[in-house]
Design a protein around this ligand. Structure first.
Ligand SMILES: [Zn+2]
Ligand SMILES: [Zn+2]
Length: 119
């Protein structure tokens, strides 16, 4: 049975969801979806920003922005951060107990392995 599809189990680095992925879909995944990837990048970016804000240069820039805002020259530049777009469901087949494991992306059934063996 060497034609078995092989799956590996992964844990999303962002939302911690577990999922299976087949060899065909796997491209070095660390996140369950592109959304999680961009969210994680956003988080990393924010961290960098808050670090920047506490620096002298950052404080000055922030102060400047405040002034501009008070003068009404900046109109909601940070607007989109809080908009709640529904999460894009990339995982079509979440892991279900007592069923045959299948790729969470393309839905193919397969066999769980620790790592994909090299051919
Ligand atoms: Zn995720
Ligand atoms: Zn797949």
């Amino acid at each position: 049975m060497c034609s078995d599809v092989l799956l590996i189990e992964l844990l999303c680095n962002h939302c911690n969801v577990e999922f299976y992925i087949c060899r065909k879909c796997y491209r070095g995944h660390v996140y369950c979806s592109s959304r999680c990837r961009s969210q994680a990048q956003l988080k990393a970016h924010r961290k960098a920003q808050s670090r920047y804000r506490t620096s002298d240069k950052g404080r000055q820039a922030h102060c400047h922005n405040e002034k501009m805002r008070r003068m009404g020259k900046i109109k909601k530049t940070m607007a989109d951060e809080s908009t709640n777009t529904p999460p894009l469901r990339v995982i079509l087949y979440p892991i279900m107990q007592n069923t045959r494991p299948r790729c969470s992306f393309c839905g193919v059934y397969g066999k769980i392995v620790d790592v994909f063996p090299r051919r």
